[in-house]
Design a protein around this ligand. Structure first.
Ligand SMILES: CSC[C@@H](O)[C@@H](O)C(=O)COP(=O)(O)O
Ligand SMILES: [Zn+2]
Length: 225
């Protein structure tokens, strides 16, 4: 046993799964300039006491090293002796676990999530409708509208964390930070990854569809402009 009755085998299984996902996201260029952070819960969820593995702050997340992750408690404090610092955004992970009881939280910065979050930043939410991939969120209603919250990108992370509860929508497992990136979560790493990929598809779709609407001159019947 290690901390809080968590077995070494379980810890290693979680680190192995997180490491693989980190490599997969790195291959998509989802960690430019050391940005992004990933976490996965260890052990059962208890709102009073839960633990998770999280990426160490400021690392090159395209590399795989023995110093990629550390374990923290529900307040984001390291639970084992380590020289590693947890992600600067650990408080946001803590709050998402606390409010949802989820099993994994993934955060990435991409061009599409930045541009879309900025475009809808004043409105405070990104509207999306008629996109097949919302089924990845387990929404099966035909043509269902969804709304993805956008929070301001304060430099003070606890200030952002305290806004999470007010915008969290249980049906939509993600929150954008304006001109910064997205947090997506799920009951386990498989689901959090599925959700994140669906969000990114939606952001790229919205971006391209807005461009198309703005640039498309009417076509004649023979297809010429
Ligand atoms: C290096 S720019 C990105 C950071 O400011 C931050 O937003 C981020 O996602 C990564 O921070 P980190 O502390 O490595 O988890
Ligand atoms: Zn970030």
């Amino acid at each position: 046993m290690t901390f809080a009755g968590i077995s070494l085998e379980h810890k290693q299984q979680v680190l192995g799964e997180l490491s693989l996902i980190k490599q997969q996201f790195a291959a998509k260029n989802w960690f430019p300039g050391t940005s992004g952070n990933l976490s996965m819960r260890v052990g059962e969820f208890d709102p009073e006491a839960f633990y998770f593995a999280i990426t160490a702050s400021g690392k090159d997340k395209s590399l795989t090293t023995p110093e990629d992750f550390l374990f923290v408690d529900k307040s984001g404090r390291a639970v084992e002796t380590t020289s590693l610092k947890p992600s600067a955004e650990t408080q946001i992970h803590c709050e998402i676990y606390r409010l949802t009881g989820c099993g994994a939280v993934f955060h990435v910065h991409t061009i599409f999530n930045n541009l879309i979050s900025e475009w809808f930043g004043e409105a405070g939410a990104v509207p999306a409708q008629g996109i097949e991939l919302i089924k990845a969120f387990n929404i099966w209603e035909e043509n269902a509208p969804i709304s993805i919250p956008v929070l301001p990108n304060y430099a003070d992370i606890p200030r952002i964390a305290e806004l999470v509860e007010g915008v969290l929508n249980p049906a939509v497992p993600g929150i954008l930070l304006r001109n910064h990136g997205i947090y997506a979560w799920g009951k386990n790493a498989f689901e959090a990854k599925k959700h994140l990929e669906a969000f990114e598809f939606i952001f790229e779709y919205l971006y391209r569809s807005m461009l198309l609407q703005n640039s498309a001159a009417p076509l004649t019947l023979d297809g010429r402009r």
